[in-house]
Ligand binder design. Structure first.
Ligand code: GLU
Length: 285
């Protein structure tokens, strides 16, 4: 199997130093192994994706010296494929439609003490299960995975993934994905948002498999999401890549960079005469 890495940005704003680090690291790893580096445009959120940001992604990465095979996979071309997978899970009885909005979820989340924070998992607030047995029609809302049923369907298999990098709590090597962690700390994740027809988690596992990605290189903020991805790979019979979660590039105050941190946009450095080599050095490559 060819050593294959990928960079999978969402075209919802300018790429910043953190993206430069992630993309260049994935590219360098593929180069070092004589493998291939792929680019994938994660534009399932059509309300936020913009052609101008996509065009700028190509420009920024090419300026950094990266290259990738064409055509580039775009998630917006794959909604039919996501739908087929959802059909299968729906017919297996592993999904249910959920009509709750954020406020409903907060209200239903039992907070033992006044003012206590609701439990948060890798997919946000852990869903309290309000709609699990409501029997809503499929198109009534978002589609959630019934986590307990999914584990039961799989027969509670021992699941794990390989972490070649390092997680937020120094996790590395073979990482076990315990059923109890999935039911208690992840819960019934959304696999298709009402307005979107898919979700990040579903699309990312299907596409990493479709592109035969062997090594997923991405920021440490997505380490916990990998538990969800591993479960979905088991449910959907997909190959399991190795993972390399890398450190996050922070601003001077130690805060993680976000898309709105335009001041650290690659394009701005470029316009100000910074060279690609300088930029690589700035992020420690
Ligand atoms: N599209 C995601 C992002 O922009 C990255 C997903 C991934 O690398 O798994 O953060």
């Amino acid at each position: 199997m060819t050593f294959t890495t990928r960079f999978a940005p969402s075209p919802t704003g300018p790429l910043h130093l953190g993206h430069a680090y992630s993309a260049a690291l994935a590219y360098d790893m593929a180069q070092a192994q004589g493998g291939q580096f792929l680019l994938r445009i994660e534009d399932i959120d059509q309300s936020r994706a913009r052609p101008r940001w996509e065009a700028q992604i190509y420009r920024d990465l090419a300026w950094l010296g990266l290259s990738w095979p064409e055509p580039v996979m775009r998630q917006s071309d794959r909604f039919a494929h996501y739908q087929q997978t959802l059909d299968r899970l729906w017919h297996q009885g592993l999904l249910y439609a959920c009509t709750c909005n954020r406020r409903d979820i907060l209200a239903a989340t039992a907070a033992p003490q006044e003012g206590a924070e609701p439990p948060i998992g890798p997919d946000g607030i852990i869903y309290p299960g309000t709609c699990r047995h409501a029997g809503h029609a499929r198109d009534a809302g978002a589609l959630r995975l019934d986590m307990s049923k999914a584990l039961q369907w799989l027969g509670y298999p021992p699941l794990s993934f390989f972490e070649d990098g390092i997680g937020p709590e120094n996790e590395t090597g073979e990482i076990a994905v315990q059923p109890a962690y999935l039911t208690r700390h992840v819960g019934d994740v959304v696999l298709a948002r009402r307005d979107m027809g898919t979700s990040y988690h579903l699309a990312v596992v299907l596409d990493d498999a479709a592109q035969s990605v062997s090594h997923v290189v991405r920021g440490r903020d997505l380490f916990e999401a990998t538990y969800i991805h591993r479960l979905l790979q088991a449910l959907l019979d997909l190959p399991v890549p190795r993972y390399h979660h890398h450190r996050l590039i922070r601003d001077d105050a130690g805060k993680r960079l976000a898309k709105r941190d335009d001041a650290r946009a690659i394009a701005l450095y470029r316009e100000n005469g910074v060279s690609p080599e300088d930029l690589r050095a700035m992020v420690g490559l």
